[in-house]
Design a protein around this ligand. Sequence first.
Ligand code: NAD
Length: 435
Amino acid sequence: MATDLRLPTHKIVHPDKDRFLNEENPFEAMMSRFDRAAELLDLEPGIYQVLRNAEKQLIVSIPVQLDNGNVEVYTGYRVLYNTSRGPAKGGIRFDLQVTLEEVKALAAWMTWKCAVVNIPFGGSKGGVVCDPLKMSVGELERLTRRYTAGIISVLGPDSDVPAPDVNTNERVMAWVMDTYSMRVGHTVTAVVTGKPVEMGGSLGRREATGRGCMLVTKEALEHLGMPVRGTTVSIQGFGNVGSVAAEMLEREGCKITAIGDRSGCIYNPGGIDVVDAIKYVRKHKTLEGYNNGDPISGDELLTLDVDVLLPAALENVITSKNASKVRAKVIVEGANGPTTAGADAILDEKGIFVVPDILANAGGVTVSYFEWVQDRGGYFWSEETVNDRLRDIMTRSFRDVLSLSRQHKVNMRTAAYMLAISRVSTVHKLRGIYA
Ligand code: NAD
């Protein structure tokens, strides 16, 4: 007999909507959006309880011998939020701001994101509290390998598959793959995605998140009746996501008038030469000293009078404190969680069209899925095939979310959560509870 997931005797769905919301806590930010969508879906209490809890949370201590001979112990996390739809999928972040709450929120967002674009993965995320910009390559390699060894019990192509995130890249993924392969005794390329093409990576993966941002920006502009050519864009974060999105939007005819990273921001109303800025960052690591525009503050970048604002750095940058000053007509969330729950209502009131993170930046995980499929099949696709299939999924997903938002008269974020939660909860209902 199928498990009755309506059974809990106490009423737990939709907790007090006025409960204190800590705007800075990304997990709270995720949960408050989740609650709203759950209420609109009239989600069963049993499913609600299952989906508001992470399946597994690992905390590991990572001793690393530094180049000077000293030993430093770092803290690392890996959270598997939900694996009902398939293996957990989620990046690894190296940053001083990493906390368990952040990793948990990011793992939940991965779950919803994979469901929005309908790929057969659950959601996870990992992070290590460290400042990688101050570490040597050797120290980073030792940190990565020991962290991988610490979380190896959950890793595997059928259980949990990492990818790059803030301050990690192809090289870090190669170390994760090698460490895992050495432990199991044979080469397992599908244990990570976002690895170098020479060792089983997919063509188009490095650019996939930025490409996806470009595709949904074009969809949003078309929906709003705004021309792509000449559209002004400001971009916060000039790493993997921000710089690729900038380059692709520029290629489509947009004018990138402001860019910024952790070292500072610049504004050029005539349009920044993105290719030149990318070359500069490749050489100097950050935009510090790049003077092809006027210096502006991070706050100014977020509130410029532009058509599109594309936050592509970290969480909590558009908050209840600055949302009323945002002048962009469209926000495309390249980053995960850049807008706090407190800011959502203000942006809605101002009529700003927000393409939410779990849709806007899903290009990365979509091509990660393609990479995993190619590794497992041992047959690799052309870049054109990857990009065509990515375009199909991103445009279809944008249209699915837009149509749900019209049907329920809700914003794009709520519609995206509704779509994701209904897909994940359907699988839970079909599977029942293992006991
Ligand atoms: P990255 O490390 O390549 O780049 C991060 C950028 O943000 C850098 O330019 C950095 O200087 C900048 N930054 C950091 N702190 C900042 C601050 N306080 N103010 C302004 N800029 C700041 O990371 P990424 O992979 O481009 O990831 C960026 C965001 O996109 C993250 O939220 C990440 O979770 C999300 N994301 C990444 C991918 C991916 O495939 N890489 C996929 C989906 C979502």
